[in-house]
Design a protein around this ligand. Structure first.
Ligand SMILES: C[S@@+](CC[C@H](N)C(=O)[O-])C[C@H]1O[C@@H](n2cnc3c(N)ncnc32)[C@H](O)[C@@H]1O
Length: 217
């Protein structure tokens, strides 16, 4: 355990759960002051509602939660005057955050921490459809799996949804395999150079356009 260097932090940050987990999984969490410094290096992207962030070893969310906080601050600045727009863009900001985590307890905590940040911002709780929609998004965006093998805990290939906000309360969703997403960078050269991008970068599933109620269902 280490004490944060953040001047106004009175609670010590818990950066290690056990020596065994450090030895087995390299599990040492990043202190908040360092996360903030690192996110400031990509300040513009971290404060854009629709920028997509993937943390392939996300732990309990020490990076992705501050990214969500920055996105929600942008939502407040741009859409805070309309409750309808504010809520829909806040959910879209959450939809643009992805994580992979090997250990189940960390993956669960990561989803809980993101959900808590989202629901506190919208002042919603319980049986509310926004809570249910956020829970549904987090169930597919934060994956318990192996980022190196690109497989989920059950051995199946990791897939991620690409969410889009179409406006007027409508969202679209297309699912892609993580391993094909990682090939995208090399698509312009080498083995895949003679393929068109759409040939190697095709969704495994495309959903009908959805409302919040339908995502929550
Ligand atoms: C150094 S910690 C960092 C956690 C978080 N990113 C942070 O900065 O606080 C590394 C995390 O990666 C997880 N991990 C280790 N191997 C992994 C793998 N192959 N795939 C996904 N996650 C992994 C560990 O369980 C641990 O939570």
């Amino acid at each position: 355990m280490r004490v944060s260097r953040t001047p106004d932090a009175v609670e010590p940050e818990r950066l290690v759960k056990s020596r065994q987990r450090v030895a087995d999984h390299g599990e040492v969490f990043t202190p908040r002051w360092l996360v903030d410094d690192m996110l400031d290096l990509v300040k513009g992207e971290s404060e854009r509602i629709d920028s997509r962030f993937l943390e392939p070893a996300c732990g309990s969310g020490n990076f992705v939660v501050p990214v969500l906080e920055r996105k929600l601050a942008a939502v407040q600045a741009k859409h805070g005057r309309s409750e309808f727009e504010k809520r829909h863009y806040a959910l879209f900001g959450l939809m643009c955050i992805y994580g992979i985590e090997l250990l189940e307890d960390n993956a669960v905590e990561c989803r809980e921490n993101l959900a808590g940040t989202f629901t506190r911002y919208l002042s919603v709780d319980g049986d509310n459809e926004w809570v249910k929609a956020a829970t549904a998004v987090l169930a597919v965006n934060i994956v318990q799996g192996d980022a190196l093998a690109m497989t989920m805990a059950d051995g199946e290939p990791i897939t991620f949804p690409e969410w889009g906000y179409l406006g007027r309360g409508k969202y679209q969703r297309r699912d892609f395999r993580y391993d094909s997403l990682t090939q995208r960078a090399s698509a312009s050269e080498g083995l895949f150079a003679h393929f068109e991008e759409h040939e190697i970068f095709t969704p495994v599933r495309t959903y009908p356009v959805m409302t919040v109620k339908e995502i929550a269902a």
